[in-house]
Every structure is written in C-alpha cells, then in structure tokens.
Design a protein around this ligand. Structure first.
Ligand code: NAI
Ligand code: MG
Length: 354
C-alpha cells in the first residue's frame, strides 16, 4: 500500500531542511521497500505571497487526502506587518492542528553523547547524556481558549481546559512512559491557576490505570529550573499547551541546538504532522547552514507513528548517530576538532548511512 505524504516546506529554512528530510525518507523507503508518494503544497508566507492566504484550501485538501504531513516551518519578518490573524503561524499552523485534532505533541529532547560539548550544561550535570520526552497538549489551553480580544487599554486570552482534553493527553503520556523509564512528571501551576488544580486532579485519576508508572507533579517555574539543574531526573514531561511550548524550547537548547529537536503531532489514529521544533530561522535562511537533523529526525518519527515502522525510525536515528560519531557538524553544533558541513552535506552524509 502506498503511503501518501503531504510536503509543506513553508518559509525560511523550511525548504532547505525539508529537502534533506525528503532525501532521507526516499533512501529509507528504498531500503525498507516502502511505497511513499509525496505531494508538495504551499503553506505560510509562501502561500500568502502566491495565493493571499497562509493555508489555501488546496493545501488543506492535500493534507486531508494524505496519511501524514511533513512540515518545515512558517513565518518571517516580511509577514509580521499583516493583521495577527492572517500571519503564517496563526493562520496556517493552528488551523492545521485543530482540523486534524492533533492534540498530542511529542518532543523528544535527546542529548546525543557526541554533542556533550555543544550543550551549555556542565559535564557533571549532563553525565552520560539525557533522553526526555516532552508531551505537549496542542489543541486547547490558552492558545485556543475563547474569548480573546482587545478593548481600550486591555487585552485578554482565556486559559481553559475540559476534563476529556486532559484525560486523552495524560493517557498518551502514561502509555509513552510505560515503554520508557516509567515516570511521568506533570507540569502545572496549581498553586495559582484553577485550570491547573483540575489538571492535577485529572492526571491523578488517569494515573490509577497505570500503577507501574510513577507520577510526580511539578510547578512550571520549578520545572524550568529543574530542567537545567538536573535534566536526567525526567522521563516523560506532561505539559499543557503553553507550558509545553516554553519548556520544550528550553529543553532543546540543553541538547545543543534547537536544530536537533524533532516533533510529532498526533491524534487518535495514524495520521500525524511532523516538523522540527524550531521556526523558520530567517537569520540563517538561504545560506545552506541550517541544521537539518531536527527535520530528519521528524522524518524518523513519521516512519514510527504514521507508517508503523519503528525499524525505519531506528535506522534513521542510527544514521544520525554515525554521522555525529564521525565528527561532522553543522554550524550550530560545531565544536573544536569537528568538521563543519552545510545543510545539504549533512543530509547527504546521513543518507549515506541508511
Ligand atoms: P526560530 O526557531 O526560527 O529561531 C531561533 C534561533 O534558532 C535562531 O537564531 C535560528 O537561527 C536558530 N535556529 C532555528 N532552527 C535552526 C536550525 N535548524 N539550525 C540552526 N539554527 C536554527 O525562532 P524565532 O526566531 O523565534 O522565529 C522565527 C520565525 O519562525 C518567526 O516568524 C516565527 O513566527 C516562526 N516560527 C515558526 C514555527 C513553526 O513553523 N512551527 C515555530 C516557531 C517560530
Ligand atoms: Mg515554540
């Protein structure tokens, strides 16, 4: 059976890194005899320029006819003058997440042992590296809550959650932890926020079905600190939409670069959207220096979750590991004694190991 993959490269470094991700997917498909069909579609600023809207109907249609979306990134300074609701992120990414009910955002933050020097953390804190999974609720919370608005000198957003929205993301967290080190840290601000009090109650309730998984609760401000103090204490970190957004960027930096951090946005079935955790990086776009590894590891997640091929996922991870072992680095993770390579060279090198 052919798996259909919508390719939404977007803006900035999006097209550069997506090209490398596609090379890797094609190579992986050859190796594992997978039949993949790629359909490119416009999104973000590129779509605004060509079609006047960040998420054209044709693009949405292509996604709807696909088994997975391979997404680059959207946005950039040239579209920041548009009204907020027309800007690439709000007008493309949020509706995509909502349309496909992609409520579970998985962001593995892994410090590859070869990049210990790229991490800002001290060697004694890093130890042999860390491997944590940030699980971010993606379709509710303050990013979607109504009402939001402005009036006179006031602006407001609404933070709200419903019990079923917390139940389903918590289940994903516990199920994931079960296959890992069996620990969930649930992040909230229950000392201040009413939504957090309910979040905590619901997570405790869900935990009863997973007695083999340890549960702890942590306030967001403390979590921000603990992540730097001792990232190895964490296994699965369960967050609401905004806390997860912030903590995952923080975690990414501990891994050496945001250019290393992939993500998968999933719903209940096999459909998923796969994108690097970073943005369009306008400051380095068009220079062939961006790190494509986050995009390439997102391709690995696509193999695992949408194609049901953990073997292909593992092969891509291992290819990345081998290239890092050989001391090839893009500029963002460069350190002494290593060889700097471009975006496309990094893509080629990783393909060569598959
Ligand atoms: P950003 O992630 O694009 O950039 C932050 C810093 O990380 C920059 O210095 C950039 O050069 C660096 N960086 C990011 N990805 C990299 C990579 N693969 N290799 C090497 N360095 C990398 O975040 P920023 O600057 O806040 O946003 C830039 C634009 O991206 C904005 O228009 C923003 O709205 C958009 N954005 C889009 C997202 C998406 O499409 N999912 C997510 C976050 C931001
Ligand atoms: Mg973010």
């Amino acid at each position: 059976m052919t798996a259909k993959i919508a390719v939404l490269a977007g803006d900035g470094i999006g097209p550069e890194v997506v090209e490398q991700g596609l090379k890797v997917l094609e190579k992986t498909a050859q190796k594992f005899n997978l039949s993949l069909e790629f359909t490119p579609a416009r999104v973000g600023g590129a779509a605004i320029d060509q079609e006047g809207t960040a998420l054209p109907a044709a693009t949405l249609q292509i996604c709807q006819n696909s088994d997975a979306v391979f997404f680059g990134s959207v946005g950039g300074p040239q579209w920041e003058k548009l009204p907020p609701e027309q800007q690439p992120e709000r007008a493309a990414l949020l509706p995509l997440r909502q349309t496909f009910n992609l409520y579970a955002n998985l962001r593995p933050a892994i410090l590859f042992k070869q990049l210990k020097n790229a991490s800002p953390l001290r060697a004694d804190i890093i130890g042999e590296g860390f491997d944590l999974l940030i699980l971010r609720e993606l379709t509710s919370g303050i990013y979607f809550g109504q009402p939001k608005g402005r009036a006179d000198d006031k602006a407001f957003d609404t933070l709200s959650y419903r019990v079923p929205e917390i139940v389903r993301i918590a289940k994903v967290a516990f199920a994931a932890a079960r296959k890992r080190r069996k620990k969930v840290t649930s992040i909230d601000k229950a000392n201040v926020l009413t939504t957090s009090v309910m979040w905590r109650e619901v997570v405790v309730e869900v935990a009863k079905d997973y007695p083999d998984v340890a549960l702890e609760h942590m306030y967001i401000d403390n979590a921000a600190m603990q992540l730097i103090k001792n990232p190895r204490q964490f296994d699965v970190v369960l967050c609401d939409n905004m806390f997860g957004d912030i903590l995952s960027d923080e975690a990414s930096m501990l891994t050496g670069s945001i250019g290393m951090l992939p993500s998968a946005s999933l719903s209940d079935g096999n459909f998923g959207l796969y994108e690097p955790s970073g943005g369009s990086a306008p400051d380095i776009a068009g220079q062939n220096i961006a790190n494509p590894i986050a995009q390439i590891l997102s391709a690995a997640l696509l193999c695992k979750y949408s194609l049901g091929r953990p073997d292909a996922h593992d092969t891509i991870f291992s290819a990345v590991n081998q290239v890092l072992d050989e001391n090839y680095r893009t500029r963002d993770i460069m350190s002494a004694g290593c060889q700097e390579v471009s975006t496309s060279q990094m893509g080629e090198l990783i393909c060569g190991k598959i």
